[in-house]
Design a protein around this ligand. Sequence first.
Ligand code: SF4
Ligand code: SF4
Length: 449
Amino acid sequence: MGRLIQSVRSRLHSVELRGIHIPHNKATAELPTVLMPLPSQVILPMHMHVGAACTPQVKRRAHVDVGTLVGHSDARMSADIFSPVSGTVKEIRSLHYSHGKADEALVIVPDGEQTVDESVRPPEVSDYVSLVEAVRHSGIVGLGGAGFPTWLKMDSDLSNIDCWLVNGAECEPYLSSDYREMVEKPDDILRALTTCLDLSGVPRAQICIENNKPKAIELLRVKAAASDPRIEVFELPARYPQGASRVILRNVTGRSVPRGGHLTDVGALLFNVTTMGEIGRFLQTGMPLTKRRITVMGDAIERPQNLEVFIGTPIGEILEFCGLRSEPRKVVIGGPMMGITQVELDAPLTRATSGLLAFTNELVDSPKTTACIRCGACIDNCPIRLAPIDIQKAYQRRDVGALDRLMADLCVECGSCSYVCPAKQPLAQSTRFARAFLRAEQRKAKGRG
Ligand code: SF4
Ligand code: SF4
């Protein structure tokens, strides 16, 4: 195993990060976004972001307007929550998830008026500190699925940052919500970028888009050239998982993030393209994050489309609006490669959700697993150049030393290894568990576990 580890280590730093070709299935890409009508109620979990959960700021039976602050935490790593509707707080209850955890959640019944809270007005921004502070109170989190508070990422030490990267890769099959952002709202993206560059002093920005989205590339290239020469469009090959942060960084800048480090350690910041568009809209209107675009697709869906949905809308109401051909056997939040299976259809749409997929067909059936034939395909196709089969074996032995040497913590959970494995080994699942296990053991060793 020693030789294999050495070879993986050297390739990690010397070979261009690669990816796999998978069918894109983006049939919704050219359909304009449709605004979904008001739902019967919105359910707002107080923990729909990375960081500390918010505490409800309103009581049962309180009246709220669109944009009223309803959830807040004093913790630095958190993101405020705002009402997407005007109406009445029906209840504050526990929301249980299939993985066993529970959140406090506000249930608000819309009154249909959509009156806007008087606190909603464009923020006064004069320098980078005030920009970050404004975004802090916008409720904006990473909209590509990460859910990381955007203001906190902006609040990094910018002294060595020379590149503001925007992730428009959207490499997961089926999803086209970021693509619709680029073709429908290019001015919002560019407004946000110009403001960020002006106030941060970062010299340039690159909007990174896969070359299977020529319309978005052309539109943003022409508009950026006309409005701000510091903004470029960078064309990427359409390979999965082009949008993973380490992969996009390497393929755009040639830089690698040191193990245990962050993009800022190598001079870059990376934001999802819809997140930038949302910042642009917030700067102009002051309306915090209350709605978002999602792709609704899958063979169970009657009318696949991109929808603008009020955050907190029950998933069952979204599926009903799009129509069902037949009862779905599997509903997935996010994309098919990295998404999470959703069991409860009365669960709400949360801020970081970019896709809702419903399937009836053979995609749902678990493939039969056979013995590894040592073909090496999982290693050859891992974008980080890890050895998933060896990580799986080391995890089965709970061998912390081997997992550390195999750098299991660098796995980006893209699922490429499982996708290419002819033996249908559950490699992505094992590497995900292995990564969590290794991190927990490392924390324990440092006395923080
Ligand atoms: S899930 Fe992890 S191990 Fe598997 S291909 Fe992706 S990065 Fe590599
Ligand atoms: S791709 Fe599958 S069969 Fe091939 S080496 Fe990896 S685990 Fe074994």
